[in-house]
Design a protein around this ligand. Structure first.
Ligand code: T1G
Length: 677
């Protein structure tokens, strides 16, 4: 097999090129090729310096994550990086694309770095539950300073070539199209000089920044092991020699690598990419063109949905029934963009440009030239059927007709059109311009190219899309149902809203079932008749406890929307429990987990049995990106594998639940839903 590494000599400079698509990951063959190139550099006296570069879309984007958990193959990356650094002849890294993780560490092993303006440099290992294991935590504080090192390592966010040049991480910003020439010129200028070794440079910056940064980001880092480990390594760079610091980093790296959090986060890294693939449909299927989008409804969802397309430069025609609602909807879009611009996310002229792509109208006929029409109107089947009947007459042939329904039957909606093959669901999560998850709901008659086009457009607008089959609630909301139901049942038996929510927040969820209900609105789906009180929810709604929007729901809220438990709510719960003949008892946190989280896993197993989700990792992606399931627990199905499916099944049986067939099978065979990483 030919090596992904090739070399050529130009004016005494060895040009070392990696060609290892798709991202020049530093797999064994690449490392071996680089080692061979170093042998050549060292042994040939005609060679005075070297430039290391990559073909394709990017410089090395990191170690090869698919090698993790497998026997290491020499040379391991830290060894290779030390060889680079100890070379007696200057070596220049020529960077384009994204120099990430082990890729940036390899560049740090080189003596100098030249990058194009569009390049990004980062150490995203923390997002995989890891830390830079190739010396990054020790060399970055020496090259770029403590502050930049701490931030880059603990957040995993990349920096631009410009910023990198400002902090000394890049020595020269090359022309966008003259990277090799500029790198060769830089190398030529270094011939005969003693190479500057990152590891020999003094650590500089303010060590106090490390703790300050940790404190400022405590909320964001809550529950994660890796950010603190990264900061400990940067601290070690301050206190120890390079050799000792590298040893400390290796020790901390191995601890993370062997932990479940990194396994979970690597699982999600691959799961997110796998979700984009549709089993049984060729990757190169011809997609339909989507040059213009129509959105029906300018409310919270319609407005948020529109923003996604405008940000991607796709014109949107937005339709409302009444001028007042249309004006309000357009105003909210503008206000949201202005708020983002105020935070530096957009330039003012970009906001004007995006708003210029928005065409508000009261006439649904104006959607006739749209390639994709997304309906985001009232969540009622009759209303949706009527609208799709109209669209069937208005929309051009081949237009994709999508409903943003969060649980209604796409097949029923499609049945009122003459083109069910062009109909599917595109279920955005609120706020639609923020939440990354998009459930793409495949109807029985949805054409393959329609489904593939929806998945492709989802990626284009920055969404993480998951294919779902038709059922009540698709994947996410269907699993939410048993969780909410059991949470209410637990209230009747003596648990309190705050106890149940605390169990979920301690687990790592952003909020618990009742905090979520208050945020979304306790009154969602309420029959609106205050005289008709058949449940705790009815009782709360009847007294105006509709959630945060009315200042009270399951909790009371102050002006800053901070929740406090409510004695009125507890009295309503107790009254209902008494009427239902329930006697209050102390309920353990473990029982709350079993009845609200194990039941979700059970529903996930049913979803897989019915083929509503393509794969278990898709279910995990839905819960990570749609509901904030802690990524360091890998999603409900991965978490079940770690908990043990036998323990999950036993816990469900203990509380009288019927265990799904697939879960029972996993329990009996000690099998997993997800592939080990
Ligand atoms: N290893 C193996 N495969 C990788 C990979 C990697 N590092 N990065 C991407 N891929 C695959 C990915 O699975 C997909 O495969 C294809 O490449 C395109 O990726 C010792 C230990 C570089 C910004 O964390 O952030 O170095 O689905 O769809 O949107 O300190 O990929 O096509 O079969 O994401 O253009 C650190 C991870 C590793 C970078 C490109 N590096 N990658 O984004 O394409 S740990 C990272 C990314 C490490 C050292 C440590 C992105 C990207 P498939 P893609 P993209």
């Amino acid at each position: 097999m030919t090596s992904p590494i090739s070399t050529e000599v130009r004016d005494g400079i060895l040009i070392v090129t990696s060609n290892n698509p798709p991202v020049n990951a530093l797999g064994a063959a690449v490392r071996q090729g680089l080692a061979a190139a170093l042998d050549q550099l060292e042994s040939d006296n005609e060679l005075k310096a070297a430039v290391i570069r990559c073909e394709g879309r990017t410089f090395f984007a990191g170690a090869d994550i698919t090698e993790f958990g497998k026997p290491m193959v020499e040379p391991v990356l830290p060894q290779l990086i030390e060889r680079l650094e100890n070379s007696k002849k200057p070596i220049v890294a020529a960077i384009h694309g994204t120099a990430l993780g082990g890729g940036l560490e390899t560049a740090l092993g080189c003596h100098y770095r030249v990058a194009v303006p569009s390049a990004k440099l980062g150490v995203p290992e923390v997002k995989l539950g890891l830390l830079p294991g190739g010396g990054g935590t020790q060399r970055l504080p020496r090259v770029a300073g403590i502050e930049t090192a701490a931030e880059m390592c603990a957040t995993g966010n990349p920096i631009s070539a410009k910023k990198a040049a400002e902090v000394g991480l890049v020595d020269k910003v090359a022309g966008e199209d003259t990277l090799l020439e500029d790198a060769l010129a830089f190398a030529t200028g270094m011939i005969g000089t003693e190479p500057r070794r990152s590891g020999e440079m003094p650590v500089h910056g303010d060590p106090a920044f490390i703790q300050k940064f940790a404190t400022e980001n405590a909320r964001k880092f809550r529950g994660f092991d890796a950010p603190a480990a990264n900061l400990r390594c940067v601290q070690a760079a301050v206190e120890l020699s390079l050799k000792e610091g590298l040893a400390f980093e290796r020790q901390e790296f191995m601890k993370l690598m062997m932990g479940t959090q990194s396994a979970a986060q690597r699982h999600i890294f691959f799961a997110e990419r796998q979700a984009a693939k549709i089993d049984g449909i060729a990757d190169d299927i011809k997609l339909r063109d989507v040059k213009k989008v129509g959105v029906i409804g300018a409310g919270t969802m319609g407005g948020g949905i529109s923003m996604n397309f405008l940000q991607a430069g796709i014109p949107v025609t937005i339709v409302e029934a009444a001028q007042e609602n249309l004006d309000r909807g357009v105003g909210v879009i503008r206000k949201n963009y202005d708020a983002s611009a105020a935070k530096g996310r957009f330039k003012p002229e970009q906001v004007d440009q995006m708003m210029g792509l928005l065409a508000p109208t009261l006439k649904v006929e104006d959607l006739a030239d749209c390639d994709l029409i997304i309906e985001a109107i009232f969540e009622n089947m009759d209303v949706k059927k009527e609208m799709f009947g109209k669209l069937d007459k208005i929309a051009k042939p081949g237009a994709i007709l999508a409903s943003n329904t969060s649980y209604l039957d796409i097949n029923a909606i499609a049945s009122v059109t003459s083109r069910p093959q062009d109909v599917l669901g595109m279920h955005f999560f609120s706020p639609a311009n923020v939440m990354k998850l998009l459930e793409v709901v495949r109807g029985a008659k949805t054409a393959d190219d329609v489904l593939a086009t929806a998945m492709a457009i989802a990626k284009k607008i920055g969404k993480v899309a998951v294919v779902a089959g038709v059922c009540d609630g698709f994947i996410g909301n269907r699993m939410l149902k048993p969780r909410q139901l059991e949470a209410m049942n637990l209230l009747m038996e003596g648990a309190t809203p705050q106890q149940i929510d605390k169990v979920h927040v301690d687990f790592g969820m952003p909020m618990g079932p009742f905090q979520m209900s208050d945020l979304a609105g306790v009154d969602i789906g309420w029959h609106r008749d205050p005289a008709r009180i058949e449940s705790v929810r009815d009782a709360l709604c009847a007294v105006g406890r509709w959630g945060q929007k009315t200042g009270k729901g399951f909790y009371d809220y102050d002006e800053k929307r901070r929740p406090t438990p409510s004695t009125e709510v507890q009295a309503i719960i107790d009254d209902f429990a008494a009427k239902a003949g329930k006697t209050k008892r102390a309920i353990s946190d473990e029982e709350i987990v079993e009845r609200t989280l194990y039941t979700m896993v059970n529903e996930g197993a049913l979803i897989l049995e019915e083929g509503v989700a393509q794969r278990a990792s898709d279910v995990d992606v839905v819960w990570i990106y749609g509901y904030g399931w802690p990524v360091y627990r890998g999603g409900p199905m991965f978490w079940a594998d770690i908990e043990g499916n036998d323990k999950i099944a036993a816990g469900l049986e203990k509380h009288g639940f019927k265990v799904a067939k697939l879960l029972k099978e996993k329990a009996e065979s000690k099998g997993r839903f997800t592939r080990p990483v």
